[in-house]
Each structure stands twice: as C-alpha cells, then as structure tokens.
Design a protein around this ligand. Structure first.
Ligand SMILES: [Zn+2]
Length: 334
C-alpha cells in the first residue's frame, strides 16, 4: 500500500512539474511550505504519523490545482475561491454547503465559488477517515484540506476582482502569490504556534475568510500607489525591444526593484498570511482527529518506519523552531 501511495504521489508530482497551471493559489512554493510546516506544528499524539508521510503531504499540497487546471475537473474550480462581493454581506451567508445549495442555484455557485463550505465539507470527510482509521484517506484529505485553507488565506481568492482585472491591475494575483514568495520566501519564518482545538469550525472558517478579504484592498491599493510613484516604466521586466517579458504561464514578470518596494509596502502581509494558513491547517487536522475520538494512529504504519523517521523529525523540529524547513526545492514559476 505504501509503495502504491508513493508511486501515485510521484506520478502526480510529475504532472505538476510538466503541466503546472496559470494560478496555483500561493503557487507551488507557498502550498508546499504551508503543508510541510503544518505537519511540524502538530502536537505529539499525531505528529509522528504525519511526519512519516511528510514528503507526501508536501507534494500533494498542489494536487487540487492539478485537478482544476490539468485534469479539467469542472467540479474542482469553485472550491478554490469565493467572490464575496457577489454574495452581499458576509454575516448573512449560509453556514453549510447544504444551506448554500438551497439558497443559490448551481450556476451561481459555480461562478462565485464555494471555498468556505468546501473546507467544512472536507473537515467532515477527514473526521470520518480518522474515525475509520483509513490511512490513505486521512493523508489525501488532510493534504487537500491544507490546500483549500491555504487558498482561503490568499486575499484575492475571496474577491471578484481576483486578478485586479476590474481595477486595471491584471497580473497582481500571480505576482502576490507566486513571484513574491519565490523571491522573498526563503527569508520568511515558518514557525507558528502549535495546533489548537477549534470548538466552532464554522465561526473559525468565516473569521479567516473575512480577515483575508479585508486585506485585498490594502494589497491592491499599495500596487496602485507604487505604480503612480515610481512610474509604470519600472513595473515590469522588458526585453531589448521594450516588450514585456512573461513567465511560462504567460504572467507578466515584475522587476526586482518593483517587487522589493511592493513587498516592503505590504509590511509582511505575505509572510503573515502564510503563517496564518499554517496554523489553521494544523489546527484543523488536529481538530478533526479530536472530533473523531482521538484514535491511536501509531499502528497505521510499520513500527520500523516510525522509529526511522524519529531522528529526522527531531532534527526538522529543531530547524522549524528557528523558522526553517528541510529541503523544499519547490518548482519555480518565475
Ligand atoms: Zn487552489
């Protein structure tokens, strides 16, 4: 079973390398760091099990985007965002997917997204997988859940102006979630508080969705202001003929000067949102396990594997306490 899982994980990873999509939401760099650090933030009773599969959890973090862009799974698309403006006030929104489906038609939800409700649905599935001690499902669902919680912490995933297309700022989505973490992410700290139990999951999901949404005006306004200040000439990289250079996903590449100034203007927003996503991901995993009745996970893997991983876990934990993670060489998008 383990070999099968590893093979499948490698095959998916290969797909990601060959066919990575335009918007990964945090990009490969961000998603991989969120899931790996979330394993490090887990408490003792479940950490050794997750650490036995930490490479799988890391690589699997971008698979929901592969389903969306490469495998063209239509159902996948609306799970990654919510265009909050089109739903009216956040306080009056339905709490569950069932209620959302009763209030809005399918086409509306397909267009405007179901991210918060999908996170809650995935939590139910993960809790069930823990209860049944279904190892493969636990790992797949937990890794997927980390992806969607990560997306929810990317402010533009909560807005209809998701690529600044309504405010003449096209390209900002990928700039914020991929180019900036690739440029500056190696200096971020991925150390967060240890996972905690979340008593009210609905409330918590809407809390971090609202907080994320709150940030989108700040990041859009900062981009507008900076463009005005330094002149549009210095924003994008250009070739000798003055033509904008694009990355492999046809996204404009911002100059290093612009990226540095913009990153400073955001005052740590990218780093903070990644940290928030890490803390929430590990806390949601932990909560699902508690709600499942705290099943013993030690017998899901061969003892020898857990013993072998222990040394690496202790070493990576020490590193993580300094803010760093072991050997993630994320595929570059820029
Ligand atoms: Zn996504």
């Amino acid at each position: 079973m383990k070999n099968k899982t590893v093979l499948f994980s490698k095959a998916l990873f290969f797909c990601i390398l060959c066919l990575a999509p335009v918007f990964l939401a945090w990009g490969i760099f961000g998603h991989e760091h969120i899931n790996r650090a979330a394993v490090m933030a887990l408490p003792d009773p479940i950490q050794p099990f997750f650490y036995n599969h930490v490479d799988f959890m890391t690589q699997e973090s971008t698979v929901p985007d592969v389903r969306k862009y490469t495998l063209h799974d239509k159902a996948e698309n609306p799970r990654h965002y919510i265009d909050l403006e089109n739903f009216g006030g956040i306080d009056s929104l339905p709490l569950t997917m069932t209620d959302a489906k009763a209030r809005y038609d399918e086409k509306f939800l397909q267009q405007n997204g179901i991210l918060p409700w999908y996170i809650l649905d995935q939590m139910d599935q993960l809790t069930k997988a823990f209860k049944e001690k279904h190892k493969t499902e636990i790992l797949f669902l937990a890794a997927d859940l980390g992806h969607y919680i990560g997306d929810a912490h990317m402010p533009l995933h909560t807005s209809s102006n998701h690529d600044g297309q309504m405010t003449d700022q096209k390209g900002i989505h990928s700039f914020f979630e991929s180019q900036l973490p690739e440029l500056f992410g190696k200096d971020y700290s991925y150390h967060t508080p240890e996972a905690h139990y979340i008593a009210d999951l609905h409330k918590e999901v809407w809390r971090f969705i609202a907080a994320s949404h709150h940030l989108k005006d700040t990041l859009l306004l900062a981009d507008k202001k900076l463009k005005e200040k330094i002149g549009t000439d210095k924003v994008y990289q250009k070739d000798d003929k003055g033509v904008q250079i694009k990355n492999k996903y046809n996204q404009p590449i911002h100059t290093l000067e612009y990226s540095k100034l913009y990153h400073e203007m955001l005052k740590g927003m990218v780093e903070k949102q990644l940290q928030n996503a890490i803390e929430m991901t590990s806390s949601f995993w932990y909560t699902a396990w508690v709600n499942a009745g705290k099943p013993e996970l030690g017998d899901l893997d061969p003892k020898a594997l857990t013993i072998r991983s222990k040394k690496a876990l202790n070493e990576e934990k020490a590193l993580w306490k300094k803010g760093k993670l072991f050997g993630i060489e994320s595929e570059k998008e820029y």
